[in-house]
Design a protein around this ligand. Structure first.
Ligand SMILES: Nc1ncnc2c1ncn2[C@@H]1O[C@H](COP(=O)(O)OP(=O)(O)OP(=O)(O)O)[C@@H](O)[C@H]1O
Ligand SMILES: [Mg+2]
Length: 315
């Protein structure tokens, strides 16, 4: 088995009566990009806060970068970089000042700080802006500066909480490129959270799908998707979707059936969408289900979420 950068067992976080994280086990291979994917309030930030030593777990343990989260918190902190969900940059400081202060916090000597800042500014392409106050930065530039700050201490694990939240599509793709590049150079492990399934699909070698504080599925995105079936036929219609779903699930070429109650949609996973479309339509009419709309697609991580939770993953 590959070396693990993060290994968590039974992590729990309670706030009074509310269980934010309900006991999760996490295995993040060294050198991987791992995405925690889930809707608002699922517990992603809380998991991140515990693994970065910012929030003490109510129960459970973890090893992060080879050190015990609770007993060796200083060692953990020395080996990780973190960016937060909300942008936290002093608007009156320049980018260079922000990076320099961060290096001082970690007691880096002047020449090391200067060298790191030079490298990182090149890396995230902020050369022109680095001596301007951050209040003049665009959202994408702020995120890039935060990435650089997370990397000042040359971490072995980088934690990114919603790295592209609030960015337009072009800037999101730009940040994805930086994350991939960082991961490729020197095998930096990246644990990121996201509520965008396209982000998890684009970046992650492994995903953990989080819902109500629990991991409901974990694995390589393509494996999780392939477990559902080769194609998904989505049917919207008039009649009893639950009855139709139960009947169609008996057919031999159907691997899974899900219903999305909100949408009155029946999702039928099959071995081949184009070959089975006609059979699905005739099965619908045979069961008194009148088809209004039918589409064939490749399943996505959104379908994996629906399959495990019974709900659609929406932004
Ligand atoms: N300090 C706190 N005190 C009380 N409840 C909290 C606290 N922090 C988080 N929670 C609750 O814990 C649950 C999980 O929150 P968390 O921020 O971890 O979710 P998330 O998956 O990061 O959501 P989002 O996608 O909106 O960022 C939520 O119900 C939230 O209200
Ligand atoms: Mg969050």
């Amino acid at each position: 088995m590959a070396e693990l950068a993060i290994e968590a067992q039974g992590l729990v976080k309670r706030y009074g009566d509310l269980t934010a994280v309900a006991g999760i086990d996490l295995h993040v291979p060294a050198g991987a990009i791992y995405a925690l994917l889930g809707p608002n309030g699922a517990g992603k930030t809380t998991i991140m806060s515990m693994l970065t030593t910012l929030t003490p777990p109510t129960a459970g343990t973890a090893r992060v970068a080879g050190y015990d989260l609770l007993r060796e918190a200083d060692q953990v902190r020395a080996r990780i970089g973190v960016t937060f969900q909300e942008i936290v940059l002093d608007q009156d400081l320049t980018g260079r000042q922000i990076l320099d202060i961060h290096g001082r916090l970690y007691r880096q000597p002047t020449d090391l700080r200067r060298r790191r800042i030079g490298e990182l500014v090149d890396l995230v392409q902020l050369n022109e802006a680095i001596d301007r106050r951050t209040r003049t930065y665009s959202g994408g530039m702020k995120r890039r500066l935060e990435l650089a700050r997370g990397l000042m201490t040359d971490p072995t694990i980088l934690f990114l909480d919603e790295p592209t939240q609030g960015l337009d599509p072009q800037n999101r793709v730009g940040i994805w490129d930086y994350i991939r590049m960082l991961n490729n150079r020197g095998g930096l492990t990246v644990l990121l959270t996201t509520h965008y399934m396209d982000e998890a699909e684009a970046l992650a070698k492994r995903v953990g799908i989080v819902d109500h504080g629990s991991l409901v599925a974990e694995g390589a995105p393509e494996t999780l998707v392939a477990q559902l079936g080769a194609d998904v036929i989505r049917v919207r219609g008039q009649g009893d979707p639950a009855h139709f779903a139960a009947q169609i699930g008996r057919l031999p070429f159907v691997t899974q059936v899900d219903t999305d109650a909100d949408n009155a949609m029946v999702q039928i996973y099959v071995d081949s969408g184009s070959r089975r479309l006609a059979e699905v339509v005739s099965a619908a009419s045979g069961n008194g289900y009148r088809v209004d709309d039918i589409t064939v697609a490749r399943p996505s991580l959104g379908d994996v979420f629906l399959h495990h939770t019974g709900r659609a993953l929406r932004d």
